[in-house]
Design a protein around this ligand. Sequence first.
Ligand code: NCD
Ligand code: ZN
Length: 341
Amino acid sequence: MDRLEIKRANDMHVHLRQDDMLAQVLPHTIAQCAHALVMPNITPAVLTADDLVAYRQSILALLPDGSTFKPLMTFKVAPTTSPAEISKLKAQGAVAGKLYPEGVTTNSEGGVTDFKALYPVYEAMQEAGLVLCLHGEMPGVFSLDRESKFLAVLRDIASRFADLRIVLEHATTAEAIDCVSELPANVACTLTVHHLYLTLDDVIGDRLNPHAFCKPVAKRPEDRDALVAAALSGNGKFFLGSDSAPHTVANKECACGAAGVYTAPVLMPALLELFEKHCKLELLEAFTSGFAAKFYGLPEHKETIVLVQKSWTVPEQYGDDKSGFSVKPFLAGKTLRWQVG
Ligand code: NCD
Ligand code: ZN
């Protein structure tokens, strides 16, 4: 087989950023995806219905004529979020609210510390049919244990709000996979491309690699293996959310490097290679589009992309240094077997 036609992906967790960076990174996502769930951690954050409308407009303004790509918009579930704002957000087409615990990742200042204080907001989201997306890390805990410690919060919310759809974002541990598997069908989990490839050794095992640094950090080999097994399992609770998170090379290669891995340019080629290696190609389309469509209740799309077996070397960087918006993609300099045709 040297050609694969597959439904366009639904990438259920992507950072498209703003302004010049948005213009730089958007083409990679729209080249491969039908829908993408756009994260709200821009500056200032998407908190209100007005913010959401303005951010969506800035994305739509950059779509080429005839593009069928649909950004699915989110808002931040913050300590200040009110149940009244939830109905306005829903009316303006919000799909999900994203909860960032305080200080655990990029632009999560002013995040949540008291998860129970937001019960009225979860209640309003449940009623409105909005999905609650959780950055599952407990603030203030040793970094490798943050996800594990957060699972009690996930269990608590899931047990109290049985009709609220909840997504544990970018799981990194075998424990999280087991937890989501055991919870009822209203709880699902996104998996990123980079966490299916990386362990902590790729970040700090040899020389420091800032381009493999993200939150939550990649964990042990057995955790990575559990994520791969979940992706290949055919279980509809586990679907793609790339967490493609571009930062400029300058903001990554410095004394205080930003967290985030920019995977959008290699999204489908890297996943195809992984599924092919494990002889599970027949499950790729469900993982990259079908399972998310079902969980989120998205319209079934028919648009496809073609991937061709033709090796290519992933560019060292996109964008030029002068503009200050150069970004280094995941797997930069590596040769991949498949490319988007
Ligand atoms: C993301 C970013 O850069 O916005 N960073 C990351 O390491 N994943 C935020 C996030 O999803 O945690
Ligand atoms: Zn993210």
